[in-house]
Write a protein that binds this ligand. Structure first.
Ligand code: FES
Length: 173
């Protein structure tokens, strides 16, 4: 494997499956972290860690605790790639469709991944294994087209390379 094209973040935790919404648990998380400076991001990360995504029900709780509008909280969720607003699969494959990756054929990659998994972008495979997401720039433009799986960035992703990545995800652990 070519190390120059792949950066593994040791902090990566295994992708967690979405768990049932629990308002009391969410309130406890929010209360525990709300006095931190810049509490919005730690709270949202902790909620995602707990539930696997940020349930819509959490938005007003976070807004009230931080004296923000709901739109401001949703704005934060939309701004950062890392937050999921829907339940996701065990693995999330983010495919960059911004300009540099467009010029290196990322749409072929998108079509290939969709065909191979039988799902569209933004969807999760029926077995809950993989979610495909569109993102706009992973900061890896020099090695486009780029995808990110969990917290691992892959560059110069040919169709063959994409297949190998999926095979690794599908392999029994
Ligand atoms: S445009 Fe795809 S990584 Fe920047």
């Amino acid at each position: 494997m070519n190390q120059s094209m792949e950066h593994h973040h040791p902090a990566a935790s295994l992708e967690k499956e979405a768990v049932r919404w629990d308002a009391a648990r969410a309130a406890e998380i929010i209360q525990r972290l709300s006095s931190l400076p810049g509490a919005a991001l730690p709270i949202l990360h902790a909620l995602q860690e707990a539930f696997g995504y940020i349930p819509a029900e959490a938005v007003p709780l976070v807004a009230d605790a931080l004296v923000l509008s709901r739109a401001e909280v949703v704005g934060i969720l939309n701004f950062y790639h890392d937050f999921h607003q829907q339940p996701v699969g065990r693995h999330v494959v983010k495919v960059c469709r911004a300009e540099a990756c467009q010029s290196m054929g990322c749409e072929d990659l998108v079509n290939h991944l969709q065909d191979r998994l039988g799902i569209g972008m933004g969807e999760t495979a029926p077995d809950g294994s993989i979610t495909l997401e569109t993102v706009y720039c992973l900061g890896n433009c020099a090695l486009s087209p780029a995808i990110m799986v969990g917290r691992t960035l892959h560059g110069r992703v040919s169709l063959e390379r994409a297949d190998r990545v999926l095979q690794d995800l599908e392999a029994p652990k």
